[in-house]
Design a protein around this ligand. Structure first.
Ligand SMILES: *[C@@H]1O[C@H](CO)[C@@H](O)[C@H](O)[C@H]1NC(C)=O
Ligand SMILES: *[C@@H]1O[C@H](CO)[C@@H](O)[C@H](O)[C@H]1NC(C)=O
Ligand SMILES: *[C@@H]1O[C@H](CO)[C@@H](O)[C@H](O)[C@H]1NC(C)=O
Ligand SMILES: *[C@@H]1O[C@H](CO)[C@@H](O)[C@H](O)[C@H]1NC(C)=O
Ligand SMILES: *[C@@H]1O[C@H](CO)[C@@H](O)[C@H](O)[C@H]1NC(C)=O
Ligand SMILES: [Ca+2]
Ligand SMILES: [Ca+2]
Ligand SMILES: [Ca+2]
Length: 366
C-alpha cells in the first residue's frame, strides 16, 4: 500500500509551504509597518570598549542628544556619586528613560516624517541636488560618529583629569581597567597606554593632552596627527618585527601584515593575480626606496586598512541604508525614498523584540 507514503509526502509538502510563507515575512514588508516602537539604545557600557554591537551611528542628532543626556546622568552617578542638588527633583533614571521613549513614540511630538524633511537638506550638501548620495550619507554618519566619540572622550577626560584643569597629564593618566584585564587584545603588547603613545598624541608638545589630543590618544586611527599615525605604524612594525631590526623584511610582512591587508582592493586592485604575485606586488608598491624592507613611513599609506577608522563604519552604515531605502535603485536617495523608509534610518533604536534584523546589521557586513 502506497497510502502512508503519500500522506507523508503531502505532510512534508505542507511543512515546506509553511516554511516558505514564513520566509516571505521579510524586512522589506516590515518597513511599512509604521507602528513600531522606537527605543533608545540600551545602556552604553562604561567599563568595556565599544563592541561591534555598539558600532551603530545615530542618524538623528536629536536622538543622540537625548541619549547623551541620559548617559551623562548615569555617568555622573556612577563615577562621582553626586547627590542631587537641593531643590532639584531626584528622579530615578528609569523614569527619564521611559519619558524620553514616550516622547519619541508620541507621533504628535516626534514625527519621523518631519524629522527627515528637516534633516534632508543638512545631508544633501555636496552638491545640494535633491538627492542624498552614498558620499553625502557617509559624511553625515561620520559627523554624527565624531560627535559621539567626542562626547565619550569628554566623559573619559573628566575621569582622568584629576586636578580639573582641562588637561590630562601622563601622571594623571591611568589605563582603564579593561585594558589591564584584557591583556592580549587591548594589551600592553600593542604598546597602548604607554608614554610614547601619550607623547605622540601631544600635538602641541606641552606635555599635556587637551580634549582633542586626548580624543586622538583614545582613537589614534581617526587622528590626523602625523606623529600619532607614525606611532601606529611603529607599533605595527614592532608587533611583527621578529629580528628586531626596526623594519619589516618580506618574510615578516608576508607572515602577518599581508593577511590584514588582503582586503584593500579599493586601493590596490590585484584581484586578477595569485596570492604570491599579489603579496609581491603590494610589497614592491609599499617599499618606496626599494631596499627590501618596509619602514614606518612606508606603512603610512595602508595604516587605515590595518585599523578600521570611523570612516569605515560610517561608509558601512551608509551602504546598508542605501541598499534598504533606495527603492528605484539609482544609487542615491530622494527625499521621498527616505520618507517611505523612515525606520531604516531609525533602525538603531528599533524595538528588536521579534528578532534582530534591525540592530545587528553590522555583523553581516564584516
Ligand atoms: C541602565 O543602567 C542602570 C544602572 O547602570 C540600570 O539601573 C538600568 O536598569 C539600565 N537600563 C536599561 C534599559 O538597561
Ligand atoms: C507627520 O507629519 C506629516 C507631514 O507634516 C503629516 O502628514 C502627518 O500626518 C504627521 N503625522 C502625525 C501622526 O502627526
Ligand atoms: C600582561 O602581559 C604581560 C606580558 O606580556 C605580563 O607581564 C603582565 O603580568 C600581564 N598583565 C596582566 C594583568 O595579566
Ligand atoms: C615623553 O615626553 C616627555 C617630555 O616631553 C619626556 O620626558 C619623555 O621621556 C618622553 N617619553 C617617551 C617614551 O618618549
Ligand atoms: C586598477 O584597475 C583599473 C582598471 O581596472 C586600472 O586602470 C588601474 O590602473 C588599476 N590600478 C592599479 C593600482 O593597479
Ligand atoms: Ca546631493
Ligand atoms: Ca598638548
Ligand atoms: Ca534612489
Amino acid at each position: 500500500m502506497a497510502r502512508p507514503a503519500t500522506v507523508l509526502i503531502y505532510l512534508i509538502l505542507a511543512v515546506l509551504l509553511l516554511l516558505l510563507l514564513r520566509s516571505h515575512h521579510s524586512p522589506e514588508h516590515r518597513n511599512h509597518l509604521h507602528h513600531r516602537r522606537l527605543k533608545l539604545r540600551p545602556n552604553f557600557s562604561f567599563t568595556s570598549p565599544p563592541s561591534a554591537g555598539d558600532r551603530y551611528i545615530p542618524f538623528d542628532p536629536l536622538i543622540s542628544d537625548i541619549e547623551h543626556r541620559r548617559e551623562d546622568r548615569e555617568w555622573e552617578r556612577s563615577h562621582f556619586n553626586i547627590p542631587s542638588a537641593p531643590g532639584e527633583e531626584a528622579q530615578p533614571e528609569w523614569e527619564d528613560f521611559i519619558d524620553a521613549e514616550d516622547y519619541l513614540n508620541d507621533e504628535n511630538r516626534f514625527n519621523v516624517t518631519n524629522r527627515i524633511v528637516l534633516l534632508f537638506p543638512l545631508i544633501d550638501v555636496d552638491p545640494a541636488d535633491q538627492f542624498v548620495s552614498l558620499e553625502e550619507l557617509t559624511e553625515w554618519n561620520l559627523k554624527q560618529a565624531a560627535k559621539e566619540v567626542m562626547h565619550r572622550t569628554g566623559r573619559e577626560m573628566e575621569m582622568h583629569d584629576k586636578n580639573r584643569d582641562g588637561f590630562v597629564s601622563f601622571a594623571e593618566y591611568e589605563p582603564p581597567s579593561w585594558s589591564r584585564n584584557d591583556n592580549i587584545s587591548f594589551g600592553y603588547d600593542m604598546g597602548w597606554w604607554k608614554e610614547d603613545h601619550f607623547n605622540a598624541s601631544d600635538m602641541d608638545g606641552d606635555s599635556l593632552l587637551n580634549k582633542i589630543e586626548f580624543n586622538d590618544f583614545l582613537h589614534p586611527a581617526d587622528s590626523v596627527n602625523p606623529k600619532l599615525i607614525k606611532w601606529l605604524c611603529k607599533e605595527e612594525i614592532r608587533e611583527r618585527d621578529k629580528d628586531r631590526d626596526g623594519k619589516l623584511s618580506f618574510q615578516e610582512y608576508f607572515n602577518g601584515l599581508f593577511d590584514s591587508l588582503r582586503n584593500i582592493e579599493e586601493v590596490y586592485n590585484h584581484s586578477d593575480t595569485s596570492d604570491g604575485a599579489q603579496s609581491n606586488k603590494l610589497f614592491k608598491e609599499l617599499d618606496k626606496d626599494n631596499d627590501g624592507f618596509l619602514t614606518e613611513d612606508e606603512l603610512i599609506p595602508v595604516i587605515g586598512n590595518l585599523h578600521p577608522s570611523e570612516r569605515y563604519y560610517a561608509k558601512q552604515q551608509a551602504d546598508y541604508v542605501l541598499t534598504q531605502a533606495d527603492a528605484d535603485k539609482d544609487g542615491r536617495l530622494s527625499l521621498n525614498e527616505m520618507i517611505e523608509h523612515p525606520y531604516v534610518f531609525y533602525s538603531s533604536i528599533f524595538d528588536d523584540d521579534d528578532d534582530d534584523d534591525g540592530l545587528d546589521f553590522h555583523d553581516e557586513f564584516r
